[in-house]
Design a binder for this molecule. Sequence first.
Ligand SMILES: [Zn+2]
Length: 146
Amino acid sequence: MGWSAYSTPTPHNNAPAAFPGRMRAYPAMRAYPAMTKVVRSITPVIRAVDTRTTKLPPKQIEPIYNSPQYIAWRAEITSRAGRRCEARDEHGRRCTKAWPEHRVYADHIVELKDGGQPFDINNGMVLCASHHERKTFRVRVQRLKR
Ligand SMILES: [Zn+2]
């Protein structure tokens, strides 16, 4: 019987025997990929949440826009403007966007819902998409302030 018979490895004092135990001490390492999947699946749900407190009613096309008077009014407004946006910047320079390179709109200066006259050529101007959008937004803000 040699000296080595007394140095038989035991689970308490031998590092290799403790190794599987150490692996069990880090379950998060194995759980991590699953956690990543959970986070990824939550993200689109958060993005889909509608934060608006009130829903706008569906946009209705008013019958006026199909009337011959309106079509004549629009033709008058757009030909007078040379089918070019009539918005001006703070220096008085006119916007250069024009049909057919750009879509232009015959806009009611005073909107119909604010009591503007629908077929008055003095209540019309041509605006490009960008200026039309900005003006519509500005008018809506003013309307909400009233
Ligand atoms: Zn413009």
